[in-house]
Design a protein. Sequence first.
Length: 263
Amino acid sequence: MSPAEAVPASEASAPAAAPAAANALLPHDLSPWGMFMAADLVVKAVMIGLAFASVLTWTVWVAKSLEIAFARRSVARTLAALRSSSTLVEAARDIPAGKGAAPTTVRAALGEWRHSDGLPADGIKERVAVALNRIEAAAGRRMAVGTGILATIGATAPFVGLFGTVWGIMNSFIGISKAQTTNLAVVAPGIAEALLATAIGLVAAIPAVVIYNVFARAIAGYKAALADTSAEVMRHLSRDLDRAAAGDEDLVAEVVSLRAAAE
């Protein structure tokens, strides 16, 4: 019998069994969903939180985009009505209906003028300017609602994902210690889960930062357009007060009819 024939069959099949054992240690599903299902409970919680933050980011984007679009349209229509009208009363009849900040500036100016009947013009202008200032400030605060969530997500999501990464890598090293081996079949799953948490953190953070910057510029433009509307209102009011003081009968008749309709 030759030496090759003397080798036991169990020893001859050992090299072939080793790769099979190594392959058995590898996870069957390396897709994102498979890695999520195989992840540690803490890493799963991190991924779910980041996914919820991403959904919240896009929800805010849709809602705030519609709000800004409608508000800017209202400002544009009010500003066009003011620039095409010769008096504030005429502009009040052409402004769009609704409770937007831009139409409110016109109504606030006319309301203060109505309540200050017979008082000096300088006092009326001062009080109207204060009212318009507060309307602009309230509109700016209302328009900024929700953008703070985007700033928070953009600032914290990468660090939350990094926490999931650290936790996953820590579990990988614990697995190495328990298995007493540096085989990639033992290390790879935990590292893959950790990197997936980092990726989800970046997916949540990057759009939040970009959308926040877009909204910041859009809100600044909206506030500037609203300031232009207030300036047009003050210009019309000053001119109408001077006309009323000079005895413009047509303007006085328009103001009287407006007061009667308001009452």
